[in-house]
Design a protein around this ligand. Structure first.
Ligand code: AMP
Ligand code: MG
Length: 343
């Protein structure tokens, strides 16, 4: 068991504050520290140290063949980790970094082998969050940081979520309030002729196309029988405490399934847009935001999934969303979280 120190940095973000310096010292000493980013909370460790990185895998229960994202504060620090910077990556970095986009690039071997899971490429991101940036500047080494949740669970968007999953498993947690985007970064492979989106996320496909023209999407995102190019996309993810069914179709169809399941003795929870939720009756109804405002739905998605407790809900139903813009990332996460998709 590890004692977990919790630093409160709500609204306090000056570079020279004591908490950031202490957290940076923890990281330099090979310890694990969870910190807020603009996407979700990350669990950080020194990306150049195999021993430090191993602590992340252990705390999360993460499969060893799922590589991590190295976080840096500047483009210069990013360049120090790669063999070369392809032109597409250069353009995308200039357009979207710092921000919710991760670049898969040719590794120069600076990051430990368990960061890259032995691949010749390394995934790197510059987060756009004052606490994350200040911490990365202070520590001045690349920090490997996957989402700070137990592997398989919904990603954490508050420090309390991290605490629930990882208290006594990690060395430190910086509480910087609620994160922004609410979903993880877009992962884009820039090692080939045409960039390939491996995971949809905070930066949308059309935003990327505006900068580099043609982009591809990993075929495995649409076709479950293809092997994903991003190892992490193979695993069960974002799973709530009860089974989740994704339901495409009308409000009436949803209400009918709720009624049928309740009759068979199940306590049924529902997650839906405000418009749909207002028209439904169930044992627990969670409103995700207007279907016209998918940015808000993205923010509410993981807290929504975490709000259903095994003690009170046996089955969760969730409606589907448009795959436009951030909707592509929302649907990707929901499909991964769901145990059944009723079309
Ligand atoms: P997480 O940090 O938990 O949000 O997951 C990071 C994602 O980036 C996972 O889906 C990884 O498989 C993916 N990833 C990390 N490094 C690489 C890499 N070198 N090549 C392809 N995908 C990667
Ligand atoms: Mg994750």
């Amino acid at each position: 068991m590890t004692h977990t120190i919790r630093w409160n940095l709500h609204g306090i973000t000056k570079i020279n504050n004591r908490e950031i310096k202490e957290a940076a010292r923890f990281l330099r000493d090979g310890m694990t520290v969870a910190f807020p980013t603009e996407t979700v909370y990350g669990l950080g460790a020194d990306a150049t140290s195999k021993e430090a990185v191993a602590k992340i895998f252990e705390a999360k229960g993460r499969p060893a063949d799922n590589p991590l994202i190295a976080h840096v504060a500047t483009k210069k620090q990013l360049e120090a980790l790669v063999d070369n910077l392809p032109e597409s990556a250069e353009k995308l970095i200039d357009a979207f970094s710092p921000g919710p986009i991760t670049f898969v690039l040719p590794s120069n071997g600076t990051c430990a082998e368990n960061v890259t899971a032995g691949l010749s490429t390394v995934a790197i991101r510059i987060p756009d969050h004052p606490v994350a940036i200040q911490l990365l500047k202070e520590v001045d080494i690349p920090i490997a940081a996957p989402s700070a949740n137990l592997s398989g669970k919904p990603s954490p968007t508050t420090a309390d979520h991290v605490w629930m999953d990882l208290n006594e498993k990690i060395n430190g947690l910086i509480d910087g309030g609620t994160t922004g985007v609410g979903l993880e970064s877009t992962v884009i492979d820039c090692t080939g002729e045409i960039p390939i989106i491996l995971r949809p996320g905070g930066i949308t496909m059309s935003q990327i196309e505006e900068v580099v023209g043609k982009v591809l999407v990993d075929p495995a995102l649409a076709n479950k029988s293809e092997k994903p190019k991003s190892p992490g996309m193979m695993y069960t993810h974002y799973a709530p405490e009860a089974p989740l069914w994704l339901i495409a179709g009308s409000v009436d169809k949803l209400q009918e399934i709720i009624g049928y399941q309740q009759q068979s003795g199940k306590r049924v929870g529902v997650m839906a847009s405000d418009e749909t939720a207002n028209a439904l009756q169930a044992d627990q109804v969670v409103k995700l935001g207007s279907s016209e405002n998918l940015t808000q739905v993205a923010i509410n998605l993981y807290p929504g999934l975490r709000s259903f407790k095994q003690a009170t809900i046996d089955l969760i139903l969730c409606e589907t969303f448009s795959e436009k813009g951030i909707g592509q990332a929302i649907m990707n996460r929901l499909e991964k979280a769901a145990t059944k998709y009723v079309k």
